[in-house]
Write a protein that binds this ligand. Sequence first.
Ligand code: PLP
Length: 345
Amino acid sequence: MRPINPRWHLRWKKTLQLLRQLFTLPEAFEGVFVTGATMSNFTGLAAARQWLGKQYGVDVAAQGVGALPEIKVLAATPHSSVVKALSMLGLGRNSLVTLSTLPGREAVDVKALEKWIAYNPDTPFIYVASAGTVNTVDFDDIAAIAALKDKHPFWLHVDAAFGGFAAVSPRFRHFLNGWEQADSITIDAHKWLNVPYDCAMLFSRHPLLQLDVFQNAGAAYLGDPVQNFNYINYAPENSRRLRALPAWFSLRAYGAEGYRDIVEQNVKQAQRLGEALERRDIPPAGAREDVRSLLYVQYGRQEAGGTYPHLPADARQARDHIRYAHHAGRRSGHAGRAGELAYDG
Ligand SMILES: Cc1ncc(COP(=O)(O)O)c(C=O)c1O
């Protein structure tokens, strides 16, 4: 079997650099492609588990989770895939400590986190922040959470599967304030990047911990994980398709300006949709089945200072409108606007 074509790595690397630039993340973050946000959360939390082990003098990758003391993973409104990842990682679903939220919100009450830390001093833990909850698209106050890292050792993972795209608009970027201090960040490309399933990224400050966990050593045909750079040593999959290619084409087609326009247009469309639904007094029944689509409404409302305890929306109608919004975004003439992303390769 032939080793992987090194030019592929270059295409992956360049595309991940462009994405990091699009999301305005510092260069300290290294990216890797995975299938979706579920696998991205898994990958980030696997590195977090390795970090936790080190706090106790345990190499989890070598010794296994059995060598760890009881581990706690804190979050307020985590996506179900986070809980699934805890099961897959051997930390167990019961390791999750669910903190209280702010009244009428899905965002964490940071005071509850401070209280937990006060009751559990010197206990390293993992905190999973939400940047866009799946039901109401609420955002944790990431800056306030990250500020606690100065006083207490914990791993901050941000699940920004959908909400990471707030970074592309100066109007909405503040929702993500502080995420640059995270240890790992999940973003789904098959959401607002307009690429087909399956494609997501993990951005992490700790590629060496990923290497500890995911290195595929001992296979001559795949090279030495330390000597020969290969993304297979930083994420779960070995055989993979070239996810960078559709992402790269889309980045070149839309450019940073194109993505900003799409997000801002979608917000406007959703605000109008929300207002129309409210005017018609459509009851909230069923809305929560598909309200993720109403991200745009949430951005709009948060921007207006609202917290939106109810979503007076009919799910089917909302979905149709949002599909329209997506198509409108695609049709809105962004092809060829690559200028804003300084691609050098
Ligand atoms: C916040 C969040 N996290 C994780 C996921 C899981 O994403 P995927 O289906 O790409 O694995 C989703 C999916 O909607 C999500 O909204």
